[in-house]
Design a protein around this ligand. Sequence first.
Ligand code: GSH
Length: 202
Amino acid sequence: MSTGIDLYSFIHFDRGSRVRWLANELGLTINEHRLDARAGEHKGAAYRAVNPTGLVPAIVQNGVTQFDSAAICLSLAEAHREAKLAIFEGESGRGEFLSWYFFAASTLDAATYPLMVYKMFQPDPAMLEASTQRLMTHLAALDRRMLDRDWVCGRFTIADILLGHGLELQRRCDVNFAEFPALAAYHARLKSRPAGVGLFAN
Ligand SMILES: N[C@@H](CCC(=O)N[C@@H](CS)C(=O)NCC(=O)O)C(=O)O
């Protein structure tokens, strides 16, 4: 069976970029399907047959569909365990890995979304500033974590991909990492991975 993945997304830096980055790390082929968000293509019946939630990303691989970027990344990492892009059940550090993975997928993601809204969709400088201030406590926690390591959980994993995506969206929303040197260095390290290059392009 083909290992090619049909990936549905809007643009190069939406949550589909997490899947694209991971696929590149794994050497998997991606068949891109770019939906027209402005035309509401993701809400139409054709796409809802792929993803009933009407959100991107979603994938179809070997006739099997899956949605939610974090779920997709975990499934792909598990299916290619030899690449060691997650900390798997039975390995030490699994619990810590899950904590940082879910921190990226839920806590950080939820705190980043308002920045996108107030920077890009409904521009509002005051709300952008307030949302940025609320984000700071999470960035401080991640900065402390990154003081003495290259990747958030030992080796490079999908937790780094999700965190890298979050940091990149924040940068696009004018968040300044200057007061978080370990975080700034981590962002630069993530950016230097060839597989993630598409996310970081302007
Ligand atoms: N937790 C989901 C969130 C999916 C999500 O909200 N996707 C956004 C784009 S990154 C979307 O489809 N927005 C369109 C809309 O809200 O109508 C994931 O990680 O896949």
